[in-house]
Design a binder for this molecule. Structure first.
Ligand SMILES: [Zn+2]
Length: 215
């Protein structure tokens, strides 16, 4: 897997410091599990934090700090949950194991050629997590965000002004970003998304359908 797009460094730093809410942590964690470069960055932040602690007080960072973080990613659920709530139509067996262990709500259609399925997380954070399935060649409406949108490609691909995004790639959107993703023609695209706030559609068509697009 060649990964070309990574989370912004401040997001990785917040992940390392445990400052992300559950949904954001899930998406960054699934990316980091696939991305040696981001794991190294997170480990470096850990070491810096450890060094700062050593200077501040006679405490040393545990050798297994990073392993502990990765273990925490592996177990995003605080409480024991059923292995897999069925049906899970958007998810294949060959997807990241962390996701196979999550609980899912009911999938629903949000627009022509676009379906979403919520992921049930225990902590009530600002962001919600869901799978987003789009048919080949789907053109999303141009939109911006009132909050943040963290997207990890699991299967297929999409493109927008920021480049081409393939499995493992991470896309960060916020109110500064105005984009119109187009899904690759060859196969459906499945993404893991954490979103806070709402989508803001652009153009007359976007404003017209915006009350009906709920993610
Ligand atoms: Zn990465």
């Amino acid at each position: 897997m060649t990964i070309n797009h990574h989370p912004p460094e401040d997001l990785l730093a917040d992940f390392a410091a445990g400052r992300l809410d559950e949904a954001d942590r899930l998406v960054v964690g699934v990316h980091a599990a696939q991305c040696p470069r981001c794991r190294r960055f997170i480990a470096a932040i850990e070491q810096l934090a450890g060094a700062a602690l050593e200077q501040a007080a006679p405490v040393t960072m545990a050798d297994d700090a990073f392993a502990t973080i990765m273990a925490a990613i592996d177990e995003p659920e605080a409480a024991p949950v059923p292995a897999l709530s069925r049906p899970v139509p958007l998810l294949d067996d060959d997807l990241p194991e962390i996701l196979l262990r999550c609980r899912f709500g009911k999938s629903r259609r949000v627009a022509p050629g676009v379906k979403m399925q919520p992921i049930v997380l225990p902590g009530a954070g600002q962001s919600r997590a869901f799978l987003l399935w789009s048919a080949p060649g789907t053109r999303m409406l141009e939109h911006s965000h009132t909050g943040t949108e963290l997207t990890l490609v699991l299967k297929g691909s999409f493109s927008h002004q920021g480049g081409d995004f393939r499995p493992g790639d991470f896309d960060f959107g916020d109110g500064e970003v105005d984009h119109q993703p187009i899904v690759g023609n060859d196969m459906p695209c499945l993404c893991l998304v954490a979103m806070s706030g709402d989508l803001q559609m652009r153009g007359w068509l976007g404003r017209l359908i915006s009350p009906f697009v709920r993610l």
